[in-house]
Design a protein around this ligand. Sequence first.
Ligand SMILES: Nc1ncnc2c1ncn2[C@@H]1O[C@H](COP(=O)(O)OP(=O)(O)OP(=O)(O)O)[C@@H](O)[C@H]1O
Ligand SMILES: [Mg+2]
Length: 502
Amino acid sequence: MAENVLLRLEGITKTFGGIVALESVDFEVRAGEVHALIGENGAGKSTLMKIATGVHQADRGRLLWKGRVVRLHTPRDAHRLGIRMVPQEPALVPQLSAGENIFLGCLPHRGGLFSWVRWKEAHERARALLRELGHDLDPTRPVSELSVAEQQLVEIARALAFEAELLILDEPTSPLSEHETERLFQVIARLKARGIGVIYITHRMREIYRIADRVTVLRDGRHVLTRPIAETTPEELVRAMVGRELKEHLPARGPRMIGEPILRVERLTAPGRFYDITLSVRGGEIVGLAGLVGAGRTELVEAIFGAREYTSGTIRIAGRPVTIRTPVDAVRHGLALVTDDRKTKGLILTASVHTNIILSVHPRIARLGLFVDARAERQLTERLIRELRVKTPSADHPVMLLSGGNQQKVVLARWLATTPRIFLLDEPTRGIDVGAKAEIYEWIRRLADQGAAILLVSSELEELRRLADRILVMHRGRIVGELSREEATDDRILYLATGGGA
Ligand SMILES: Nc1ncnc2c1ncn2[C@@H]1O[C@H](COP(=O)(O)OP(=O)(O)OP(=O)(O)O)[C@@H](O)[C@H]1O
Ligand SMILES: [Mg+2]
């Protein structure tokens, strides 16, 4: 065994009430290495990492830390060894400063029985840590004012303050813009240089090739391969993950922008969030909305959907001005909003997959005065589960027990089961694996081909380029440019998104 192995997991098996999440999995990570852990939704990545951090205990198998067998009963046990997970949703105390959060639980004290915390020193040390990570974030700023990317940085600095030797990042870039992603990669490079081991979970192939040294693929709870990244190809990794070939390229779509716009937004303004937004989407058209996180894209689509207020401007549907004050109004006007915020906006977590999908179809059927055809519903659910490759033991399984990506697939499935005319898609494929992404892209295309108007917010430039007929770019709440499919290179989009054109 190489002497620089930090953590080794051997023969890990884990079942949840009869469902095998992991079966005899081996995995190791070395000091100073970035080890990518990849696989389809539900493959067992998060579960394996929960075992490595003491959140779950394996049914069988063992853990070795620097060659010695260890038992992790709680996350504290893992922390003590130097194993830390950077949570996907940063779990910081919003009222405290960045520096206070970094040292929470290990603040520099002045000795003695009545020792007190030396905030000034804490902030100075925090500043130094952040600088080591290549950032000049002011540690006295309250966390509530920080962006998600900055909060993530605080979490990483916090791990360093606790002298972590192994950091686990589970899809860290999904809430980040491309620019912030690039900065995170620089931080990871610095961690590596310090000899810290990094386990990196992602669904984005490009990221693996950008930062990983080795890669491990899981499929259906089993270990498929571990290899130096230089000895792999993306095609081979995809095949290892999904166990089949994928259709890579969508056929080109012809121009189809004829007739009146179905959705038109005129001079929509919500001060502090977005200003003077004018845009239109025709039937059959997919319009991309690019921008950095915080550019106001989510706020804009939420306002169009009636989930957020705006102070002035007009929304027209098929030429007629409409008043949309609540999401119920929006649905009545044929709008659908699909977001990745599965906990709050999409799902009834305790209900089954079937119920969640069918819920959006029911009122419609009832209104038409038709009786509910339970068999047809069942078939629809089964079809969506199959086509989107939702990994669930059955349609009756509670959504709560699915992996993150599979929950997002259910969010999509429920909207695909209805027939809105206008789709507002906000990061629809966040957290979704490569195999299912291809299917979802095809679904979105098909909806457009059937005449739906689609407004697509995405931080993945590749997704925008593959789907959108044209791309609008937002910067600080304003639309600062429009690019045709041909003009939309990554560089051009980023130039506009970072305020280059303003
Ligand atoms: N607490 C739990 N109870 C029951 N089943 C669970 C639980 N946690 C995970 N599972 C199941 O274990 C399997 C692996 O899930 P896991 O979350 O590890 O997948 P993942 O690879 O992280 O997927 P994703 O890419 O979607 O995040 C899935 O089938 C999931 O439904
Ligand atoms: Mg997961």
